[in-house]
Ligand binder design. Sequence first.
Ligand code: ADP
Ligand code: AMP
Length: 213
Amino acid sequence: MNLLIMGLPGAGKGTQAAKIVEKFDVVHISTGDMFRAAMANQTEMGLLAKSYIDKGDLVPDEVTNGIVKERLAQEDIKEKGFLLDGYPRTIEQAHALDEALKNLGITLEGVINIEIDPAKLVERLSGRIIHRETGETFHKVFNPPAEGYDEKDYYQREDDKPESVKRRLEVNIAQGQPIIDHYRAAGLVHDIEGDQDIEVVFADIEKVLSKLQ
Ligand code: ADP
Ligand code: AMP
C-alpha cells in the first residue's frame, strides 16, 4: 500500500504510523525523523534544517522534496509500499510528490487524515517525551512509559517547547487545508477522529486500511 498520514503537529501521526507499519509492513518515511537524524549527525543538510526547525518554520521545499524523492526511489518502496508521515506540508510539495510518484510509476492509494481540534494540541506537544534509546514516542500523561520510568531516559523535542509550538501550529494550519483539498478532490482522503484513545484511533485506521489492501 502507498499511503500518506496527515494531521496537525501532535495529531498522533507518528504514534499511529508506528502501529500501521507494524501491522501492514509498509515503509515509514517521516521527514521530521529524517531531519532529526541529519541534525544529530550534524550534516550540512541537518544544520540547515535546524535553523528552520528550532523556530517552528518549515524547511524549504527544495530541500524537503529532494530527500523524499531520493527515499522513494529506493528498492524497498516498490516491494513493500510506503507510509509518508509529515510530508507533503505545502501544496508545492504535494505537486512535487505527484510528479515524483508519476515518474517512478507508483500510485498513491490513500490519505489518512487525523482530525483534531487545534486547542488540544499544545497539551499533546508539551507533554510529548521520546525514549532516547529507541526513539519511541510517549506522553507524560496520555501515554506514559512503564510505571516508575526514569525521566533521564527520555527527552523533550527542542521544537516542542512553547516558543516553537505556537509558530508550528500557525504555519501548519495555514498550509494544510489546500493539501487536504487537493487529495479530497482525487477521492483519496479518509478522515479519522483523532480525539480518542490511541487504540481506538488505530482501530478506525485499521478498518480503512483493511478495505484498501
Ligand atoms: P505527530 O506525529 O502527529 O506530531 P505524535 O504521534 O508524536 O504526533 O503525538 C503527539 C503526542 O500526543 C505524543 O506525546 C503522543 O504520545 C500523544 N498522543 C498521540 N495520540 C494520542 C491520542 N489519541 N490521545 C492522547 N495522546 C496522544
Ligand atoms: P515533525 O516531526 O513532522 O513534527 O517535523 C518536525 C519539523 O521538521 C517541522 O516543524 C518542520 O520544521 C520540519 N519538517 C518536517 N517535515 C517537513 C516538510 N514536509 N516540509 C518542511 N519542513 C518539514
